[in-house]
Write a protein that binds this ligand. Sequence first.
Ligand code: BDR
Ligand code: CA
Length: 311
Amino acid sequence: MAPTRLIIDTDPGVDDAVAIMLALASPELDVLALTTVVGNVELEKTTLNARRLLSLARRSDVLVGRGCADPIGGVSGTAAEVHGQDGLGDLSWPEPTVKESDEDAIEMIYRLAKEAPLTLVAIGPLTNLATLLQRHPDVVEHIERVVIMGGASFEGNVTPAAEFNIWVDPEAAAIVFAGDWKLDIMPLDLTHQAYLTDDDLAFLRDLNSEVGDRLAAMLEPYAKFHEEWVGNRDLIMHDAMAIYEVIDPTAIKKSGVKADVETSGIHSRGATWFSRSFHHAESPTRVGVKVHNPTFVQLLRERLATFPSKN
Ligand code: BDR
Ligand code: CA
């Protein structure tokens, strides 16, 4: 079977970095571009980080398209306390060899979608996807499926109601949820089942590869943040769940839903509402509900081990 043509819309982000490396190392996927959006840090930084990650992986064949600098709904905030001031754990990086394209992210996605069927994976706020739908409504005819990381059925991680990617731009999420396309949503209830531990950090270091070293180094402060926040060093692999879903569509159990987003409310702005009533069992919108972490971690380890070693 031909690999799935894929664009990753992203705000790197430490867990974005793992997801991107997993995608680049997976023969089931043909990663055409990283399109960047404001989110974990400002757009300037997420775009630089996309270039850094592709340079690290020596993948100058993958395009970088700069997307939206501001949420549709106005100013929200970043997650630099989780991902570092630079978004990738504040390491020092060489000047990236991979350049940014002149083409803007929205036009890039639209052009590549019209060339052949395309899968869109969004692992940051949904501003670019919403702008794409507004600017080019016919794009839905060319998109095979959309898989996003975002939302929560039960509890958010920025506020009790809202998960970060949705909280940044609830208006954009509402537009994307209402889009006439096949949509799979990987919410916190699922992504918290997928995590790495200190054993996996040791595994990454032992790979003796540039990719392994860098990922281990940027995951270290991510573990520290989690320890201070909730008392354990679990490295939650939020964004990798969206990539895992495309690599193996049977791995994550999903449920048909009606999905909506709160765009107002005193405490509820950015809350996602997933109705899992039997009426929606066959809905084109589904949420991920269950994943087997050991199987995921084994696949991730195998794939990351394919990056070349240092000597
Ligand atoms: C999401 O928020 C970001 O900080 C992560 O990269 C992930 O996409 C998890 O809530
Ligand atoms: Ca992200």
